[in-house]
Design a protein around this ligand. Sequence first.
Ligand SMILES: [Zn+2]
Length: 193
Amino acid sequence: MDERYGLSPFHHAELFVTLAGKLVELMTFPFSIVPKTDDERFMLEALREAWKAYRAKEVPVGAVLVQGGRVIARGHNQVEMLKDATAHAEMLCLTAGASVSDDWRLVDTTLYCTMEPCSMCAGALLLSRVPVLVWGAPDVRHGANGSWVDLFATKHPIHQVEIRRGVLGDYAADLMRDFFQMRRKENEEKDNG
Ligand SMILES: [Zn+2]
């Protein structure tokens, strides 16, 4: 036991590993963005979540839920790790948000997603009564706000969603492009090796 700090050498090592991990994460985050608006500030947080997914070799999508000017829940895509097609960033974020709020009605919240949400996540957002959606890059394959289908095109009898699109979208798209390039390269190497 190290008397000066009341910590064992093991704890020092653990602390070092944790701090080093945080440092590596900070240093390797590929974007230096100075947010100009609140939307950009929170989208940057969602991009950090997407980066966590990228580092875990998951399709890089991130989401944060904001209430009263602060982030109350976060999520990043974990489909591969959880072996669950529904483990999208937005779904995990909404579930975490409901848990924190102790209420499934996420009124007075804004959901920030790095990508245009898919039909499942758009549906979950409607059911959770999230009133504001902000997304980054369009998803041509699954996007449910116009790229593939538009779940918000028809006015809902009760629930209105305010939507802002394209916030820091180039960064989210870059991350996605880079991820699929890396994966293609890995697959080619596997085939050649
Ligand atoms: Zn989704």
